[in-house]
Design a protein around this ligand. Structure first.
Ligand SMILES: [Ca+2]
Ligand SMILES: [Ca+2]
Ligand SMILES: [Ca+2]
Ligand SMILES: [Ca+2]
Length: 392
């Protein structure tokens, strides 16, 4: 094992794994290289690490004649990720090394490895030095939510313990440096709490499932509070941890849990008996605190006997006279029952409308003569007789 140190910033570990097989054509070396190092960063000195000097100790002139070339580079993302100095055998970075761009599978706790074959020539000394380069992750990504403004719905009839799914934050670093925790740092934490679950395979290493959700801690009532807020923070496993934040809005969805309620249990109106058909007597009003169709109030005349003379506008609650009223020919007062229901509802409430008619002088006078009644037709047939009492 050979250890190369580059100051305090970076350490390259080289392990010499070769064995002197019969033909000695392949030597295997492995290095750990931290990602995000600059171009030309020294990965390793394969001439030294493969112990070629010791190998040709009996003819030191061989060392100066050796030439090193990249024979095969196993990287789909960059054709010249590594370069080798033909004379010295130093392997250096040919491009910025980005572990996340190498598409190492983040759900598997396995090294992110790039392989490189270096050929040693002339042919008389031909050798393949096979490098296994482990790209060591650094915490260069913070968790990011799909959207900084998240929104979910919860039905107001939801039971305590109801679970509402949330999107996960994304952090492409390796699992130890990716998202490890979620916190609700502000807002309605007494109503909702975050639940973060991770499921691993049978080996305990592979992450096979992960979820983030909200759990409802108390009953909610849209008519009391229709929106809740939470600040959700995702933390990764770095030290210090990098974070990503989203503002979560929880909209309480209405259910039809209220029936209309009249402002008054009864209404009284007094109107002249000669009121014209089509006249609005008054408006009854009922409120339903639900929203949309759940809160749309429909008024109906609930007293069928009255509907011949009165009607109520379904939408406005206007009580309207639809026929002539005459307290001489009919009753001098009416008692109507008006109901109100919401649009989807079958339950209704009702109120009473009392209509009092006032008499007007709308009949011609009757002349009473000795107990007999005769219509005057505007003139007296017996003007000479005593002045009759007149009833109107
Ligand atoms: Ca990270
Ligand atoms: Ca990284
Ligand atoms: Ca309702
Ligand atoms: Ca409601």
């Amino acid at each position: 094992m050979v250890v190369l140190s580059r100051g305090q910033l970076y350490v390259v570990v080289c392990s010499l794994c070769w064995s002197w097989s019969a033909c000695r054509t392949v030597v295997e070396l492995s290095y750990d290289v931290s990602e995000e190092q600059p171009v030309n960063w020294l990965v390793g000195d394969v001439k030294t690490d493969a112990q070629l000097t010791e190998l040709y100790a009996d003819d030191v002139s061989v060392i100066s004649r050796l030439r090193f070339t990249v024979m095969r580079q196993h990287s789909a993302t960059h054709p010249r990720l590594f370069v080798v100095d033909a004379l010295t055998g130093e392997v250096r970075l040919g491009a910025r090394l980005d572990r996340e761009q190498l598409m190492c599978h983040r759900s598997i706790v396995e090294p992110c490895v790039v392989r490189l074959d270096v050929a040693v020539r002339p042919v008389a000394y031909f050798l393949i030095i096979r490098l296994t380069i482990n790209v060591v992750d650094i915490n260069d990504h913070a968790p990011v939510f799909p959207d900084g403004q998240l929104s979910v719905d919860v039905v107001e009839s939801a039971d305590v313990g109801t679970i509402i799914g949330l999107p996960l934050a994304v952090d492409p670093d390796s699992p130890p440096l990716s998202v490890v925790e979620y916190r609700a740092t502000a807002g309605d934490t007494d109503v909702f709490r975050l639940v973060h679950r991770r499921r691993r395979g049978s080996s305990g290493r592979r992450l096979v499932g992960e979820s983030l959700s909200l759990e409802l801690l108390t009953v909610v009532d849209r008519e009391s509070v229709d929106v809740y807020q939470l600040t959700v923070v995702a933390l990764d496993g770095g030290s210090p941890a990098l974070t990503g934040t989203a503002q979560l809005t929880i909209n309480v969805v209405d259910v039809n849990d209220n029936v209309p309620h009249f402002h008054h249990a009864s209404y009284d109106v007094t109107v002249s008996e000669d009121v014209a058909p089509g006249t609005t007597l008054l408006h009854v009003t009922a409120d339903d605190p639900d929203v949309g169709l759940n809160g749309r109030v429909i008024y109906e005349m609930a007293s069928p006997l009255s509907s011949r003379l009165f009607t109520v506008d379904n939408t406005s609650g206007a009580v309207v006279v639809v026929a002539g009223l005459d307290c001489d020919e009919g009753p001098s007062s009416y008692q109507l029952v008006v109901s109100a229901r919401d649009h989807p509802g079958v339950v209704s409430t009702s109120c009473v409308v009392r209509v009092q008619l006032t008499d007007v002088n709308d009949n011609r006078p009757h002349i009473v003569v000795d107990g007999l009644i005769a219509h005057s037709h505007g003139q007296s047939h017996n003007s000479h007789r005593p002045t009759p009492s007149v009833r109107s």
